[in-house]
Design a protein. Structure first.
Lengths: 246, 150, 118
């Protein structure tokens, strides 16, 4: 195994540049080093001006999403040896505006997420009765969708989001499903309007790249297709039996 | 979003983004299979129109269908139709998560229950049913066309 | 985000889905027989009388009509998004949708006429 590997890292300094450039850094190629370790080496030893997001370094915080050799990956979960002998292209997450270097602006997602009400919605509260109980069976109905760490790799992979930034997006819809399918939740009707908007589920064409990119196995594509069927059935019911409450 | 960050750099999406990645290209080919679906409908209607007009037109249609360019188009169309069918049947279970009722799980043999991912009908079973249906429908149609009236 | 809902969207998706299933089940064998096998000469095509008798049967006509109409709407919905996303012409959605769905309607009418004339 070679001693070092080259990282080709996108640099963008809005104060001095109009466009991003590429900088080359040579970092040690260690068996147990992820791309994130390489970037940390760059920042510590080679070029302290490099900016990037990271936190837990173990694939649970969702901060370190980047485009590595053209694919949306978590830099803490992508090992350098995967690309030996290199070089490795490290670019900011696609489909998001670049703030600086590898840092992207995710305000769009943060604005969209609350619109799907990603919390337990109760219309009737029985606080005196104690906690809402849930069987393991009921939990398994939504558990997969609760694994989302908001890392945005799915938005980066989704070509519909790339082409139409108004699209609600995979993670937001999967998170809406996480609550719709939760037995303790009563808010399915509250989430309906946002989800059945033309830029909600109906904008999705089941490319499936979001599921491929997801590091936590959430399968947002599956969540969206299931919701399409649910919403369509509801529309049919509303048409055929208009008197039944939503 | 650029109100707070006026100098954020918007990464351009290439005009033909689907040429950039193999998975995107396969997706686009799958979507374009719909054109051949429409062609198949057109072809079927041309056949039926000929049949409606009488046996002379029927013969003329068969001769037209035997032209090399028509056969070439149909071979390509058939390939795309099969591609459509395979991708459709493989993806269909994603939209329908059928949960096995608890009562059934209680009486089912342990060996089977253990294999059900979280109490759901496994995806491969739904996919298998789709393919079986495909074979049956094709066999029935082929049988009717080839052997009715003979 | 604009909040207007388009109530027809779920029905268009249902038509697309139904069309996808029927197209997948029925069209390959039809194209295999009449588009490839018979023209290549390996098997003899059905006689005019037997094919006409089969096609003119009420049940056959209903099935063929359903397959044609739903397959055409499957094409319309999928082609609409292929154009909108593939060529990035999202702002032309009204025009593209009209072309696609109206095209499917015209095709459906043609199917009706052809089947009635059998």
């Amino acid at each position: 195994m070679a001693e070092t590997i080259t990282l080709l890292v996108t640099r963008y300094r809005p104060d001095t540049e109009a466009e991003p450039t590429i900088a080359e850094y040579e970092v040690p190629l260690r068996k147990d080093w992820a791309v994130l370790d390489g970037l940390n080496h760059v920042k510590d030893q080679l070029d302290g001006t490099l900016s990037y997001r990271w936190s837990c370094r173990m694939g649970i915080c969702g901060s370190c999403g980047m485009t590595v050799n053209g694919e949306p990956r978590l830099s803490c979960a992508t090992f350098l040896t995967e690309f030996a002998p290199g070089p490795v292209r490290v670019e900011p997450l696609a489909n998001f505006p670049i703030v600086r270097d590898l840092v992207v602006d995710i305000d769009d997602f943060l604005r969209k997420l609350p619109t799907v009400k990603p919390w337990i919605v109760r219309h009737v509260d029985w606080v005196e009765d104690g906690e809402y109980l849930q069987t393991p069976d009921e939990q398994s109905a939504y558990k997969q969708y609760s694994m989302c760490i908001n890392c945005m790799l799915c938005y980066s992979a989704c070509p519909v989001y790339g082409v139409d930034p108004d699209f609600l997006g995979p993670a937001a819809i999967a998170l809406a499903q996480r609550y719709n399918l939760d037995s303790r939740d009563q808010g399915a009707a509250d989430r309906l309007d946002v989800l059945i908007h033309p830029e909600g589920v109906w904008g999705c064409t089941f490319v499936g790249e979001c599921t491929r990119a997801c590091p936590k196995g959430v399968d947002p594509a599956g969540a969206i297709q299931r919701y399409k069927l649910t919403a369509a059935m509801q529309s049919v019911r509303a048409l055929v039996l208009p008197w039944s409450a939503r | 979003m650029t109100a707070t960050r006026p100098r954020a750099y918007r990464q351009a999406v290439p005009r033909l983004w689907w040429l950039r990645r193999r998975s995107y290209l396969l997706f686009m080919l799958r979507e374009l299979s719909c054109v051949f679906v429409a062609w198949a409908v057109l072809f079927l209607l041309l056949l039926l129109k000929a049949v409606g007009n009488g046996h002379v037109d029927y013969q003329r249609f068969l001769e037209w269908a035997a032209k090399p360019w028509v056969i070439a188009v149909n071979v390509v169309a058939l390939a795309f139709l099969v591609f459509h069918a395979v991708t459709w049947f493989n993806l269909a279970p994603k939209a329908m998560v059928i949960r096995v009722p608890k009562q059934m799980l209680a009486v089912a043999p342990k060996a089977i229950v253990r294999r059900l991912p979280e109490g759901r009908v496994p995806g491969w079973l739904i996919v298998a049913q789709n393919y079986i249906a495909w074979v049956c429908v094709s066999a029935i149609v082929a049988g009717l066309v080839m052997w009715s009236g003979s | 985000m604009r909040r207007r809902t388009r109530p027809i969207e779920p029905f268009l998706w249902l038509l697309f889905s139904a069309g996808g299933v029927l197209a997948a089940l029925f069209l390959p064998v039809v194209l295999l027989l009449f588009g490839v096998a018979y023209p290549l000469g390996g098997i003899g095509p059905p006689t005019y009388q037997s094919l006409h008798a089969l096609a003119a049967h009420a049940l056959t006509r209903v099935v063929i009509f359903s397959v044609c109409v739903l397959s055409l709407f499957h094409w319309a919905h999928r082609f609409r998004f292929t154009l909108l996303h593939g060529l990035q012409i999202g702002r032309l959605d009204r025009v593209v949708s009209m072309f696609c769905y109206d095209g499917a309607l015209v095709g459906s009418l043609a199917a009706l006429v052809v089947l009635m004339r059998l």
